[in-house]
Design a protein around this ligand. Structure first.
Ligand SMILES: [Fe+2]
Length: 379
């Protein structure tokens, strides 16, 4: 039977330039038919971010199964697998694993008495003061905030390929407040956001905004990520816009990282090709970049230079009018195409504001595809 699911692009004020995101309705996520799933899969690759309302009842198992369905041969290990067990990783403190469904993580803020087999545990919403070189003063912290860290969900080391999709379910959401997200980079850019929003930008827009010269450059270039990137960056500090690190020589020295080998270092295309539309997304995890491999074989190793190049390419597309700041309501299930958007945690909660989310992604069976070989015809 044909699916009854409806998919409608999200609507934005006319001053906005957001060109992605869709609302999915008339759907029972607990019992998706193959036809239903085909509609959802197609919609994800076309719209990048899908919002399903009133899904708070779905089980961790259902969330996992839905996530896994996008890449059935991707196995069943969480996107970072055991790489986040390293105590020094910046990702370690932010996740609690559901004991009976270990691919699903609990994230959020505040003290929780009991949830899905976890008891009496503390969640901590990541705060930019722990990651950025500078911070909003405490006296302004409830009114102003920053993008914590623009990223792709990916281990970026070893055999774990970047997940195709991440699913986020809002179980408990503290109500109401809004904050002003500041870029604090001298541009004056700022964005009014709901408390604890997740911010998304399109990698396709990021590519499309480039000059023709830069498009040619990024189509031919690859990024070499650091070994154990989340340990490597743990002692370094981020730019105020959350889009990559400052170069102050503070990274963990390579010879002090957990055991690693050059064979396991990931070197990925700068542009990832959408499997349905064929479009190119500029997909770079800015804080994990270490070297650039150019089309002519040149390798740029100077970290400060590498970061400046990447920031110059990415920054235009995180300007306020391109950012979709999702206004979370309890029961929202959001699926995002992790290979077509960058996202960031935003916001600062008060100690007693309890928020509980479930997150799931799975290391993919294949690495992302880069651009098709040049044909000699201008793209
Ligand atoms: Fe993430």
């Amino acid at each position: 039977m044909a699916s009854k699911i409806t998919v409608e692009p999200l609507r934005f004020p006319k001053e906005s330039s957001i060109n992605f995101g869709a609302m999915v309705s008339d759907v029972d996520v607990e019992s998706l038919t193959d036809d239903d799933f085909a509609v959802i899969r197609d919609a994800l690759f076309k719209h990048q971010v899908l919002v399903f309302k009133n899904q708070g009842h779905i089980s961790p198992k259902t969330q996992f199964k839905l996530t896994q369905r996008f890449d059935p041969s991707g196995g069943d290990s969480y996107g970072h697998s055991k790489t986040i067990d390293a105590k020094r990783s910046i990702l370690h403190p932010d996740l609690k694993t559901i004991p009976h469904q270990p691919q699903v993580q609990v994230i959020g803020n505040g003290r929780v008495a009991s949830y899905e087999g976890l008891t009496d545990f503390q969640l901590r919403h990541p705060h930019h003061r722990t990651f950025h070189a500078t911070a909003i003063p405490d006296s302004e912290d409830l009114d102003f905030t920053r993008f914590y860290r623009w990223h792709i969900d990916a281990a970026l080391y070893g055999a774990l390929a970047p997940p195709v999709v991440t699913t986020l379910l809002a179980v408990q959401v503290p109500g109401g407040r809004r904050q002003t997200c500041r870029y604090d980079d001298g541009t004056g850019d700022e964005l009014d956001v709901p408390l604890g929003t997740t911010a998304f930008v399109s990698g396709y827009t990021m590519y499309e905004m480039l000059s023709e010269e830069d498009k040619t450059f990024v189509r031919g270039a690859k990024i070499e990520y650091a070994p154990h990137p989340y340990v490597w960056m743990s002692s370094a500090k981020s730019r105020s816009d959350g889009l990559g690190m400052l170069s102050q020589g503070l990274e963990v020295p390579i010879d002090e990282l957990p055991p690693h080998s050059q064979d396991e270092v990931q070197i990925l295309p700068m542009c990832w090709r959408n499997p349905v539309t064929g479009k190119l997304a500029l997909q770079i995890h800015p804080s994990a970049v270490r070297k650039l491999h150019l089309a002519d074989g040149t390798i740029i190793e100077d970290l400060a230079e590498v970061r400046e190049i990447v920031h110059r390419l990415q920054r235009p597309a995180i300007a306020p009018k391109y950012v979709y700041a999702h206004d979370w309501q309890e029961g929202d299930l959001v699926l995002f195409h992790n290979r077509g958007v960058l996202h960031s945690v935003v916001g600062a909660f008060a100690e007693d504001e309890v928020r509980l989310f479930r997150q799931c992604n799975i290391a993919a069976s294949q690495f992302p595809e880069g651009p098709l070989p040049a044909t000699g015809i201008a793209a």
